[in-house]
Ligand binder design. Structure first.
Ligand code: ZN
Length: 302
């Protein structure tokens, strides 16, 4: 089910250029006009609005049109889909689920929590509900769902109000970092960043995101996730994200296995003395509370 579309082919073409504040706005199927042509945000296919028996609005292709992008080809076939603008979606509820404390894993026990990497195509089983027809719109509940839907196509909605929030209040793709830093005050946020370092002694993982300043230099911002007593989870993520753990002296810098990963936390300024190349670096911190905080897409593996 496709829930958003552009009102003109010009808007679609504009959206394919760099994301900026002039990126056109998507029209939700709920607001679409009967008989009007709309355009797929992923591939530009010509669409029109349809309403299911139970009143769910969505877009379908005009006769002879076909979706051409892997995401819209998949989403078109889904009768149950996720949306930020679902009436049930709330930022607080979303982060409440992601940042829900999970128990410490005991060495030797199999974790009850499912693995972090869940490949697309795995369907969530939902109970039969006679109140709904086969078409259902559910709120997003994991980082993977947001990333796999390539929600960054929402372009303009990222930086301009989207319902009561901006999309960058929820998730910051690397292309959007410039809208958030350097004036990031912290708080709950998902950030796309590069695994940078793991510190075995203090048991934290360090991530890095960067922006280009007007002089075309890269400015780095560091994000530390502290695992505290959760040693098993720390070891698991350190092994997953880095090719070798730091030596006892911390002098060997482990190599990242991923180009970028997504990390969620309730961020605040970290006063740790984070020095690289003789300069103190702007650093934020968050506690590790749940494995749902880190999503490493397999296609980002180096
Ligand atoms: Zn499409």
């Amino acid at each position: 089910m496709i829930l958003d579309a552009y009102a003109s082919i010009d808007d679609y073409q504009q959206s394919q250029k760099n994301i900026s504040e002039i990126t056109p706005r998507l029209v939700s199927a709920v607001d679409a006009e009967q008989g009007q042509a709309y355009y797929c945000p992923y591939c530009g296919a010509r669409l029109f609005r349809r309403i299911s028996d139970k009143g769910v609005s969505y877009y379908v292709c005009h006769k002879g049109e076909k979706h051409r992008h892997p995401v819209c080809i998949r989403k078109e076939k889904e009768s149950i889909t996720r949306a930020v603008n679902s009436p049930n979606f709330s930022f607080d509820h979303f982060f409440g689920g992601i940042l829900k404390s999970e128990p410490e894993e005991i060495e030797g026990e199999t974790p009850k929590i499912s693995t972090v990497i869940v490949e697309p195509g795995e369907k969530t089983k939902l109970p039969e509900d006679p109140q709904h027809d086969s078409f259902r719109v559910l709120p997003y509940s994991s980082i993977q769902q947001l990333v796999d839907d390539d929600i960054k196509i929402k372009g303009r909605n990222a930086v301009i109000d989207y319902e009561n929030h901006k999309l960058i209040d929820l998730i910051v793709f690397k292309e959007w970092i410039k809208f958030v830093f350097p004036s990031f005050f912290g708080g709950k946020r998902i950030l796309e960043c590069v695994p940078n370092y793991c510190d075995l002694d203090r048991r934290y993982l360090q991530f890095r995101c960067y922006v280009k300043n007007p002089q075309n230099n890269f400015i780095d911002y560091y994000l530390n996730i502290y695992f505290g007593k959760k040693e098993k989870q720390f070891n698991r993520f350190a092994r997953m994200l880095f090719s070798n753990e730091a030596s006892a002296s911390g002098s060997t810098r482990p190599r990242s296995k991923y180009s970028t990963v997504f990390v969620a936390g309730d961020w605040e300024k970290d006063n740790v003395n984070n020095m690289w190349g003789g300069i103190k670096r702007e650093t934020y911190r968050a506690d590790f509370v749940s494995s749902k905080q880190i999503y490493a897409p397999k296609k980002h593996m180096l």
